[in-house]
Design a protein around this ligand. Structure first.
Ligand code: ADP
Length: 285
């Protein structure tokens, strides 16, 4: 069985009230261990509702969600085990920092697990290093004395200190300057490649998706509208446009060239690929 498996998952908020909202309607989706999935879709399409089912913050109204073989549609499911395995990083996670020191903040989760002092220390140091924060230089500082990018990384370290198998991030680079963005995204890529973490990334940036993910799931009005390898999805520019989504800037450039009669490949995802595609197209002219 896949690591995460939703079958016909429906979620209705405030059911039976005048404010009832159907956020997910019949989502069927499976995510294998070790993959890097981008979750895209317009605002209100159900992305955030969907990911909250992955660690049982929300339960299905109907349909099923299995995580690591645990059936979360059962009220008595082992939610604790699932929460240990699936780390959720919400938007602007730094708003949830609250301890007096960086160390204590990152140690909060491991302490709740009742781990030994030494193990906690190891986990905190390891997690801080993973996000590029030096534990010796920053450990005793107040999280509130850090820059925005550093605070965000400390908040992510708090989730990593739980040593999850799956990391789910909602717009982790939102609101950071270009350098801060690249740092965070680079670290997420490293976690995936070197630690084998399964990553699910909600993003509004097509460029981010093109840079990072293997597979894209596009949500629209509570349903999975598109699902497939990143290159195949960005070939479907018209379909994406019809639900208000674009393609990466470099892919867009290729499509413009094609409209002007330059026969470049349309499914280009990086500058290097663009260079090769243009060279290939003009070589024979
Ligand atoms: P996205 O993350 O793609 O922006 P959401 O999952 O946040 O989408 O929202 C999906 C739908 O569910 C929207 O119509 C939204 O208004 C509604 N919704 C989300 N959260 C709540 C809530 N706590 N109570 C009621 N409706 C909600």
């Amino acid at each position: 069985m896949a690591l995460i498996e939703c079958v016909d998952l429906t979620h209705v908020y405030l059911r039976g009230t005048p404010l009832e909202a159907v956020a997910l309607r019949g989502v069927t989706l499976s995510i294998d261990a070790g993959t890097f999935v981008g979750l895209l879709g317009p605002t209100g399409s159900g992305k955030s509702t969907l990911i909250q089912h992955f660690n049982a913050l929300l339960r299905p109204t109907s349909g099923t969600v299995h995580v690591a073989g645990i059936d979360l549609s059962q009220p008595r499911a082992d939610v604790k085990t699932v929460r240990r395995q699936v780390g959720l990083v919400f938007q602007y996670p730094e708003h949830q920092l609250f301890e007096e020191t960086v160390f204590d903040d990152v140690a909060y989760g491991p302490r709740n697990l009742g781990l030994a002092t030494e193990e906690i220390q190891d986990r905190v140091q390891d997690a801080l290093r993973l996000v590029g924060v030096d534990p010796d230089a920053f450990g005793r500082r107040s999280p509130f004395s850090l820059s925005g990018g550093e605070m965000r990384r400390v908040a992510i370290a708090g989730v990593l200190a739980m040593q999850p198998q799956v990391l789910v991030l909602d717009e982790p680079a939102a609101g950071l300057d270009p350098q801060g963005k690249q740092e965070i995204l680079g670290q997420i890529r490293t976690l995936h490649r070197e630690r084998g973490l399964t990553v699910i990334l909600i993003t509004h940036s097509m460029d981010e998706a093109a840079q990072l993910v293997d597979r894209i799931v596009v949500m629209n009005r509570g349903q999975v509208a598109m699902d497939g390898p990143v290159r195949g999805i960005f070939r479907r520019a018209d379909e994406l446009a019809s639900i208000g989504l674009g393609v990466p800037a470099i892919t867009d450039l290729m499509l413009r060239l094609r409209r002007r009669g330059v026969a470049v490949r349309p499914d280009v995802l990086s500058l290097e690929e663009a260079r090769a595609a243009i060279w290939e197209a003009v070589r024979w002219n």
